[in-house]
Design a protein around this ligand. Structure first.
Ligand code: FEO
Length: 407
């Protein structure tokens, strides 16, 4: 855990979390930072918290003392949202000092009671409400469902800092270079890859609300964006805003000039077809190809690749009259995240009878995914020469459709 200065009177306390599943579900192979912010005016406020480090609260209070802040002087705890990754520490804070006011939205208050039985000293705020800390006037903006229903952003008028909660966040551990002005272009590109995976995993399903939040925040004179996870954007805050606008737009497609191949195979027969698909796609130099085998690839990575891809190849066998189960599960998750309007092509092997296609049609309809499919190529056992010719035609048709969609 480390402390750093964001700007005058604003400090960040941050910790990297690794070797865990975020939300108990998402792999974070490059870690994720938990960011919390202290605003020191005549009065002191903390925005969001961090949890999951050893030595709570001793370590936390030690760091506050580095900033000449006595823990007892924290008057306001601002909950941009109630998710426990940012609020789990409140119980520890209460053991030392119980004289602070919690600031949250109307929807945050009952969540605070349900999760932590905390019902006193709560100030409910809404759009446009302000809090004067003396030297820092904070304004609140509700941005519901980015990512919890109670989510808000907090804007410090004196420094132009937007504490944006999950909006504009990213995965990826941050150390002492956790500000965009301290990172190389190569590092920034790396974090942008982490950002789109974070987006696809955590807020993709709420893209419509992210869009509204971007519009609402655009009215503020933002100089710095300080999210709950990832890099703080101090030099070029609009860069991550533009990234997020693109991520929102990818939802409905077209996305990028990319094709993702999702495949699973039981005994290598579907894999023979996949090999042909990949061999053909790799010749298309202007198209990025992502290939993921199921169930070996994490859902987090699959969601990210499909989110940024305009085209998808699905290759899976029939399994006991239905679709290969890991593919069915992945497609349902893609549907729940609302990755709609993709261009797609499906191949696959069967033994006793078909069945995968029927389940695919069902998932597409049930999840309202509206993917546009080229005619599938299904084969009994191993693909024949004729099947491989049909696969080649399907791949070419998909490539042309992707090129046409993104041009
Ligand atoms: Fe850091 Fe919605 O969480």
């Amino acid at each position: 855990m480390h402390v750093s200065k964001v700007t005058d009177g604003v400090y960040q306390l941050s910790i990297n979390i690794e070797n865990m599943l975020f939300e108990g579900l998402w792999e974070v192979p490059n870690g994720v930072s938990m960011n919390s912010y202290i605003i020191k005016g005549e009065k002191t406020a903390i925005i969001d918290g961090v949890c999951g480090w050893d030595g709570v609260p001793e370590h936390f209070f030690g760091l506050l003392k580095e900033l000449d802040i006595e823990p007892e002087s924290i008057e306001y705890v601002i909950l941009n949202h109630m998710e426990p990754d940012h609020t789990g520490w409140i119980e520890d804070l209460k053991k030392i000092h119980n004289n602070f006011k919690v600031i949250c939205t109307k929807k945050g208050a009952p969540l605070l009671e349900a999760f932590f039985n905390h019902t006193e000293n709560i100030m409910v705020v809404g759009d446009g409400d302000t809090l004067d800390l003396g030297g820092h006037v904070l304004e609140f903006a509700e941005i519901p469902n980015v990512h919890w229903p109670d989510t808000m952003a907090t804007f410090d008028h004196n420094t132009g800092t937007l504490f944006s909660c999950d909006a504009f966040g990213s995965y990826g551990r941050v150390d002492h270079g956790n500000y965009d002005d301290m990172l190389s272009e190569e590092d920034l590109k790396w974090y942008e890859e982490e950002a789109v995976r974070y987006y696809a995993n955590i807020v993709a399903a709420f893209s419509m609300f992210v869009d509204k939040a971007i519009t609402k925040c655009a009215g503020l004179p933002i100089k710095i964006i300080a999210p709950g996870h990832g890099v703080v954007w101090r030099k070029d805050p609009m860069r991550i805003v533009e990234d997020y606008k693109r991520y929102v737009a990818y939802q409905k497609g077209p996305a990028m000039k990319e094709i993702t191949v999702l495949w699973g195979s039981m005994y290598g027969m579907t894999e023979k077809g996949v090999n042909k698909v990949v061999e053909l796609l790799e010749k298309e130099e202007d198209i990025k190809v992502n290939v993921h085998e199921l169930p070996q690839t994490s859902w987090g990575q699959i969601l990210k690749s499909v989110w940024t891809s305009t085209g998808v190849v699905l290759a899976m066998p029939t399994y006991e009259y239905k679709m290969f189960p890991p593919m069915a599960a992945a497609l349902e998750e893609l549907g729940k995240k609302k990755a709609v309007n993709r261009l797609a092509f499906r191949i696959g092997s069967y033994g006793w009878s078909g069945g995968a296609q029927k389940e695919l049609d069902h998932i597409m309809e049930q999840q309202k995914m509206n993917w546009s499919f080229i005619d599938p190529v299904e084969y009994k056992g191993a693909p024949t020469k004729d099947d491989l010719v049909k696969i080649e035609a399907g791949v070419k048709a998909l490539v042309e459709a992707v090129r046409e969609a993104v041009k």
